[in-house]
Design a protein around this ligand. Structure first.
Ligand SMILES: [Mg+2]
Length: 186
């Protein structure tokens, strides 16, 4: 059975928060150093997830990235996606960041959706109106999720979420057709 996001939760959403490690990636890090001794950290992102994030923005939703680690790879990916609000909080102090975002935007917790995978997301996810989990989310996140992807983080979970959120809002077909129409002109 394919799980669906309840329409009443989906329609309230104005802001979507993405965790990075374990949601937009498979949680793995490639670490090493260059011949010059410079530390290197690489992450693998999924292109289809990125299209899904852009689709949310095209539909008029606000998208922010909130990571509990500081990584250049995350900054580069956010920039590529056009996500201007990318917060990287050392030691995963995500709650205070999100409280500030809501304050600045004048939003309530019920206006927010978040997809997460592990306990660094828990303090925020306990408060948001729509809680989404990747298939391989750890226990505390899986237990509170309103919706759980069938796919794992970094392997399509984020796209599954964005497609399902747009479908539940009745926007999915429109966003796809607008995208195609804008690329069908001469
Ligand atoms: Mg994570």
């Amino acid at each position: 059975m394919t799980q669906t996001i309840p329409a009443e939760l989906a329609h309230r959403v104005k802001l979507v928060i993405f965790d990075v490690d374990g949601v937009l990636t498979d949680s793995g890090l490639y670490v090493g150093e260059t011949a010059d001794g410079v530390d290197v950290e690489l992450k693998r992102f999924d292109i289809q997830d990125g299209v899904g994030i852009k689709m949310l923005m095209w539909s008029g939703l606000d998208v922010v990235i909130v990571s509990g680690r500081v990584s250049k790879a995350t900054s580069i990916r956010a920039r590529e996606l056009g996500v201007e609000e990318c917060y990287q909080e050392p030691d995963a102090h995500k709650l205070r960041v999100v409280e500030r975002i809501l304050d600045e935007k004048g939003l309530d917790w019920d206006d927010v959706a978040m997809i997460g995978d592990d306990i660094p997301d828990l303090a925020v996810m306990r408060r948001v109106g729509l809680k989404a989990a990747v298939a391989n989310a750890t226990g505390p996140i899986a237990e509170i999720a309103d919706w759980t992807a069938s796919k794992r983080g970094g392997h399509g979970a984020a796209r599954e979420f964005t497609d399902e959120l747009l479908r539940a809002r009745g926007d999915l077909a429109d966003v796809v057709e607008r995208y195609v129409a804008e690329r069908s002109g001469t």
